[in-house]
Design a protein around this ligand. Structure first.
Ligand code: PTJ
Length: 247
């Protein structure tokens, strides 16, 4: 579909088109389209832009990734469809491994996701070879299957569009979790160590820029209060709602 540049929601419609294309190419599941719709609603409420609270969370996330011993970027269908190039860029800047981890797991989709990441420059994609797979405890979904060399060993895991159960399981397993989630009220958002309440497409660009700048600097102590940041985001959404309902 041709979306005119002048359309007030052009950026958002382009993101939607990318996801639909990802569905047609076998990267995204039907449920992923629905999850995206939910995200769009929250994106509308935050003003379809990177807020200052999202930028604060991104600053904290960049530091965690750059200081981590063994960071991993966890990739699902939606993330691979929306940001394949950016996933590889971020992994190279931060020295993070890339691991495919799916809720609705299938070998065919894992391979399609690995293929698009490789096409975008990934040297190695974890989570594909059964001989390296193991389980994280206290989790029933397919997402419990992880790579011994990747998420299992990681100290910091970056997760996009996550389900709450895995975030809780990863936390119980001692991992530091950075989440992208447009819904500040979701269990993932509430449980993660750092929640970036932003569209993953915008936020990945900002995260890459931030990591590139911070990589040149000596990183000192940095305080980040996720609960406070989420509360401030919710207040900003309330204000937006008031403004929109009086417009
Ligand atoms: O590819 P799979 O098999 O791993 O499946 C992935 C989905 C997304 C289907 C699965 O993880 C799922 O069902 O996710 P949920 O539980 O619906 O959660 C998705 C969360 O991501 C929701 O809170 C949405 O608001 C949020 N979200 C959706 N689109 C975006 C987003 N957050 C950031 N950027 C987006 N583009």
């Amino acid at each position: 579909m041709l979306i005119p540049k002048s359309h007030p929601r052009a950026a958002s419609l382009h993101i939607r088109e990318k996801l639909v294309q990802g569905y047609r190419n076998g990267l995204v599941v039907e449920e992923g389209l629905m999850a995206h719709g939910r995200g769009e609603m929250f994106d509308y409420l935050i003003g379809e832009k990177t807020t200052k609270y999202s930028q604060d969370a991104i600053n904290a996330a960049a530091r965690e990734l750059l200081l981590a011993r063994s960071p991993v970027i966890s990739v699902n269908g939606n993330f691979a469809a929306l940001c394949p190039k950016e996933i590889v860029q971020l992994s190279k800047i931060t020295g993070s491994k890339i691991e495919v981890n799916l809720f609705y797991a299938s070998e065919k989709r894992k391979k399609a996701i690995a293929k698009i990441l490789t096409k975008n420059g990934a040297n190695q994609v974890y989570g594909l070879e059964p001989k390296f797979s193991t389980k994280i405890p206290k989790l029933d979904s397919a997402r419990r299957i992880v790579d011994k060399r990747g998420i299992f060993l990681a100290d910091v895991v970056l997760v996009p569009l996550e389900d709450g159960d895995r975030t809780i399981a990863l936390k119980k397993f001692g991992k530091k979790v950075i989440a992208f989630d447009l819904n500040p009220l979701s269990r993932t958002a509430q449980v993660a160590d750092i929640t970036i309440v932003d569209n993953v497409v915008r936020a990945m660009h900002v995260l890459i820029q931030t990591c590139t700048i911070l990589k040149q600097k000596k990183l000192g102590k940095y305080k980040f209060d996720n609960k406070k940041n989420l509360d401030q985001t919710i207040v900003a959404i309330r204000k937006n709602l008031e403004r929109l309902s009086h417009a």
